[in-house]
Design a protein around this ligand. Structure first.
Ligand code: AMP
Length: 336
């Protein structure tokens, strides 16, 4: 049996993936720009080969050496879909989903076809009739998003972004109803090896400055616009009655990906929700790969323990799926 190496980009959730692979006995190569690699070399417990990423040709080298690429938000942002596809490196998960994630129309189509509650979106700024959050393209952790209820402000900002070349067309921006409630991010793992969906945990993103505004008396906060730059993650345990709802949302999402993007999602994904006063989670966004919110379970997720009976992080869960696929000659079911 051929043992593949896992190629892990040096950012985002790399520590979790490297440690998880080690726990399952799979070798890893960490790659990234030299200034990002320094961090990982500091920890004696990380026993990974480390190489510098100087450009997309690095992916060809990794491919020829027999690596499987483990995607993360940083890979999508800094390496990019085209370079990954061009190299032909085996990709753990459904690579096609990257395209669906990067275009708002496709993203909304997928969520709509899952039949789960989602916020209203507005194509034309003049049609807004509620407070909205305006989202810029790219997985940049909420950077540059703004909230308004004024169509003129949106039109002005869009014109500014176009003039500055920050967007090429207004279709790259999503104008979405701003949901009132509390945020909660649900994490899942869809396993082709066991043909089941595992719930892997929940987190809350700690976002600056919106979370900091709570610390200011409203008198001083009123002239400060909220921003949504993620700076960390906080664990949360939803009420037990919500677990079944979250699992059903996850199952419907998996079904929608099977229908629209066969063979459907593989491995980790996340549904980002606001839970409203009626205790209904509304899904405003998804990620089709491991998200950094699962780093809170670096040493093991209490939810994954319910399936596996041992301490299991999402990083380790990825390695386990790959290991089982290798041992049973079913690798083609988990890489695309
Ligand atoms: P996103 O990049 O879509 O995950 O959004 C970044 C952050 O903006 C989220 O973590 C939330 O705090 C906030 N957010 C995004 N969409 C909404 C929404 N529709 N209603 C309320 N808050 C939102």
């Amino acid at each position: 049996m051929k043992k593949h190496r896992l190629a892990v980009y040096a950012s985002h959730s790399a520590i979790q993936i490297l440690l998880g692979a080690q726990e399952e006995g799979l070798p890893t190569t960490l790659f990234g720009p030299s200034d990002a690699l320094r961090l990982y070399a500091r920890f004696p417990s990380i026993n990974s080969r480390i190489i510098e990423y100087k450009g997309p040709e690095c992916l060809n080298v990794l491919k020829n050496e027999g690596h499987i690429l483990i995607p993360s938000g940083s890979i999508v942002e800094y390496v990019g879909y085209d370079a990954i596809k061009k190299s032909g490196i085996p990709y753990f998960g459904l690579s096609e989903l990257i395209k669906w994630e990067s275009e708002w129309d496709l993203k909304i189509r997928l969520l709509e076809s899952a039949g789960i509650p989602i916020p209203k979106t507005f194509k034309d700024p003049s049609s807004i009739n509620t407070t909205v959050i305006v989202k810029l393209p790219g997985a940049k952790g909420g950077k540059g998003f703004f909230i308004t209820d004024d169509p003129l402000i949106i039109k002005e900002k869009l014109a500014e972004l176009l003039a500055m070349g920050k967007i090429n067309s207004v279709d790259e921006v999503c104008i979405q109803e701003y949901l009132i409630g509390v945020t909660m991010y649900a994490h899942y793992f869809q396993s082709p090896m066991f043909d089941r969906l595992e719930i892997t945990g929940f987190d809350i993103r700690y976002e600056t400055n919106v979370d900091g505004l709570k610390r200011l008396p409203s008198l001083f906060a009123k002239n400060i616009s909220p921003s949504f730059t993620v700076c960390g993650n906080i664990p949360v345990y939803p009420r037990e009655r919500l677990l079944e709802t979250f699992i059903q949302y996850g199952e419907r999402f998996v079904e929608a990906t099977r229908k629209l993007i066969p063979p459907g999602i593989i491995g980790p994904f996340s549904l980002e929700c606001v839970i409203n006063e009626e205790l209904e989670p509304i899904v405003f966004e998804f990620s089709g790969r491991i998200v950094a919110g699962t780093n809170i379970y670096l040493l093991g997720s209490p939810y994954l323990k319910l399936y596996w009976g041992v301490d299991m992080s999402v990083g380790r869960r990825i390695a386990k799926e790959i290991k089982i696929a290798e041992e049973t000659n079913r690798l083609e079911e988990i890489v695309t």
